[in-house]
Design a binder for this molecule. Structure first.
Ligand SMILES: [Zn+2]
Length: 342
């Protein structure tokens, strides 16, 4: 039986509006041609730019679908399948134009689609890692909010995505919608990407990339890059022919904070969570089911009443905020440890 996403929607609007919204979303999910622009010229441009997927790419995407579904099931969440048609391989220019993508991979909740840069075709291991990351974003809990716009029309805004919480009607100083847990959300996805990397490497479709990855030349490049750029060797996905450019697992700063959080929670609650990976599972579960209650409790027990709020402040960039969050959490942890000794 076909498995579909949940299409969750909230908002103080008539039930019919919600039902129409869900029907529209389902239609978009199942018929991806609906996401193409109505403008003939633009539609042709995008259709012509899209690459046909190779049998290897299709096999990899099918594996990713099964693997992410396995994780959902393990976390007690009903899985669903991402149709192959919902992945779109496009040159960078079109990817940016159509998906507003800032990187080589992107997930669009509006289109229920994943955009992948044609550059990824140069190394299928890189392709697989990015596709895995974006597929996890798609399988994370997604909730939309409907509201009545100024001209009386009903509009939609994202309300939840994984553990990310949107405050759609609140704007920051740059005019962007306020979000919470955006950094932690990426941290969870990228951590799971790292866990799955070795599994991807074992795929028969990636045998050639694996040979290259395990070659002496590649190993030397990786250890040099690791030393020079302070990137753990096992986080380097691929290196080009002369060792001058490489790809690595993303969001290292956010993962570092998340790892610290999981380690401290594990120390605090050793019986229930013997390792940081056991705590991480709770974060993954929350990504799939959107329920932050367990996380809130663990954060409170380990970092005090303001711990969750501090983690929620972490953003996705490489800015100082990430370090500030880590320092804040360290301070809170010292205080809770101190209090427990009194
Ligand atoms: Zn991401």
């Amino acid at each position: 039986m076909e498995k579909l996403p949940k299409f969750e929607v909230i908002g103080d609007v008539p039930e019919k509006e919600k039902a129409d919204y869900i029907a529209r979303k389902r239609d978009i999910f199942e018929k991806q041609e609906r996401i193409l622009p109505e403008d003939d010229k633009l539609r042709k441009e995008i259709e012509n730019a899209e690459y046909t997927k190779t049998p290897e790419q299709i096999a990899i995407l099918n594996f990713i679908n099964e693997e992410t579904n396995r994780l959902m099931k393990e976390c007690g969440v009903e899985p669903f399948d991402i149709p192959i048609e919902n992945y779109h391989i496009l040159p960078e220019k079109e990817l940016k134009k159509f998906f507003d993508a800032q990187s080589s991979g992107t997930y669009s909740s509006r289109a229920y689609a994943i955009g992948l840069s044609s550059d990824l075709r140069s190394n299928l291991l890189w392709f697989a890692t990015v596709a895995f990351h974006e597929s996890l974003h798609m399988k994370a809990r997604e909730v939309a909010q409907l509201y009545r716009g100024e001209e009386g029309k009903y509009k939609e805004k994202r309300y939840r995505a994984g553990i990310k919480v949107f405050s759609p009607h609140q704007k920051d100083i740059n005019g962007n919608s306020v979000t919470h847990f955006s950094g932690a959300d990426e941290g969870v996805i990228a951590w799971q990407e790292k866990i799955n990397f070795s599994k991807l490497l074992e795929l028969p479709e990636l045998a050639e990339e694996r040979k290259e990855y395990e070659s002496e030349k590649s190993e030397i490049f990786r250890s040099r890059i690791s030393l020079e750029k302070e990137i753990p060797e096992d986080e380097i996905i691929c290196v080009n022919q002369d060792g001058t450019s490489w790809q690595n697992i993303g969001y290292p700063e956010q993962r570092k904070v998340l790892e610290y959080v999981c380690e401290e929670i594990s120390k605090e609650l050793k019986d229930k969570y013997p390792s940081k990976e056991d705590v991480f599972r709770e974060f993954l579960k929350a990504t799939f089911n959107g329920n932050l209650i367990v996380i809130a409790r663990l954060m409170k027990q380990t970092f005090g009443g303001k711990g969750l709020r501090a983690l929620g402040m972490m953003k996705t960039g490489k800015n100082n905020i990430v370090n500030n969050v880590l320092e804040m959490l360290r301070g809170m942890r010292r205080d809770t440890l101190h209090e427990s000794q009194l």
